[in-house]
Design a protein around this ligand. Structure first.
Ligand SMILES: [Fe+2]
Length: 383
């Protein structure tokens, strides 16, 4: 018997969430080829697929299943680049000794766990990444932020993983928190402590007015070389959606040598391999330039302002799927079709144990062709 997929029915406040699905009756330890095909299709169709009750699944099994989405590659999505000490990724991840493609992450001290003797984990906290931070008083009152909207990707040398698996082995106590956007909008979102927030790149595209859709179709995104080192002294906006421009990015002479062939330039719009739909897929913090009709903008501050204008509607509270984790949830998400963010201000005595796995992809993202874009072009010229 194969399993059933139940689309997530969002709360009325989440009127823009048109993605996400839940699976209750599947044991990932016994995944058949037929099951995997169905799971793979579901991930590309629903973007986020939650498989409940998988506490028994080992890091090795998680790795083996995640690898089936990318059978030709064996390299973790960040390769070894995230281990550079100052990288903004290094502080959040620790590989399992026997399965280095799977990372242990979370909060609190973990002992004798899956081959790891002892590790002190720290849940990423916005105070280390945002320019302006919440006061302790606000945090004590349950306010929090989106830490960093991103896709999981090295964005230099390696292609972005297609699918990430995120396993919630242990969650902190179920306190509620309120995400505050603090960007003058007054926007807030009620979430579970330690939620993972997702927004759909397809929705982000659909929300653009016709002229910006057209512009997005003509734009390529150039990512910084060694992006996580490059941005290591810069700070993010209060929404976690991209960086504030203060000239703090590392200069070329402060970075390791750059191999120009390893610099990543991708279209702004990527095609979903199963639904054929168009996703606006940009990791805002790592962008160095936008190339419109072959012409680089060449002004980082303007690039960021323009991107923010395009992406901000996509993270409006009604468009955010903030997953309510249960211990044993294995989540597979379409890393090339959405953005996600860590959320939450955990206290010293909160414990959270998660495993994350993805594989750098052998293939570039799928570009959107003239033919794919044609229906929107009609819309643009009719407007
Ligand atoms: Fe991530």
């Amino acid at each position: 018997m194969t399993f059933t997929i139940e689309p997530i029915v969002p709360k009325p406040e989440q009127s823009g969430v048109d993605f996400g699905a839940m699976i209750h009756d599947l044991d990932l330890d016994k995944l058949t080829d037929e099951d995997f095909k169905k799971l793979e299709e579901a991930v590309y169709t629903y973007q986020v697929v939650v498989v409940r009750n998988q506490s028994h699944v080992s890091p090795k099994t998680q790795y083996e299943i995640t690898k089936r989405f990318e059978p030709e590659v064996d390299t973790y999505g960040h390769g070894g680049q995230h281990r550079a000490e100052q990288s903004v990724i290094a502080r959040d991840l620790s590989p399992f000794p026997e399965v280095p493609q799977v990372q242990l992450l979370g909060h609190g001290t973990v002992r004798n766990y899956q081959g790891i003797e002892e590790r002190k984990l720290t849940h990423p906290h916005h105070k280390v990444f945002h320019r302006d931070v919440l006061s302790q008083e606000d945090q004590d009152a349950g306010k929090t932020r989106f830490y960093r909207w991103h896709m999981d990707a090295a964005l230099y040398k390696l292609n972005p993983p297609k699918v990430t698996s995120l396993f919630g082995f242990k969650n902190p106590e179920p306190r509620r928190e309120t995400v505050v956007y603090d960007d003058g909008s007054g926007d807030t979102l009620d979430v579970q402590l330690g939620t993972t927030a997702f927004v759909s790149g397809q929705r982000m595209f659909e929300l653009l007015p016709p002229d910006l859709k057209e512009l997005a179709f003509r734009t390529k995104v150039k990512y910084a070389a060694h992006p996580y080192l490059w941005m290591s002294k810069a700070k993010a906006r209060s929404t976690g959606l991209g960086m504030v421009s203060e000239g703090k990015e590392l200069k070329p002479e402060e970075l390791p040598p750059v191999d120009e062939k390893a610099v990543k330039i991708y279209p702004m719009l990527w095609k979903n391999p199963v639904t054929g739909k168009i996703h606006f897929q940009v990791h805002p913090a790592a962008v160095e330039d936008l190339i419109i009709d072959g012409k680089p903008m060449g002004d980082l501050e303007k690039v960021r302002e323009f991107l923010y204008k395009m992406q901000r509607p996509g993270i409006n509270p009604e468009n955010v799927l903030a997953h309510e984790w249960k211990d044993g949830d294995m989540v597979f998400f379409h890393n090339r079709g959405l953005l996600h963010s860590v959320v939450g201000c955990l206290r010293d005595d909160d414990v959270r144990i998660f495993h994350q796995c993805n594989m750098a992809s052998a293939q570039d993202p799928i570009p959107v062709t003239e033919e794919d874009f044609a229906p929107y072009r009609t819309q643009a010229s009719a407007a």
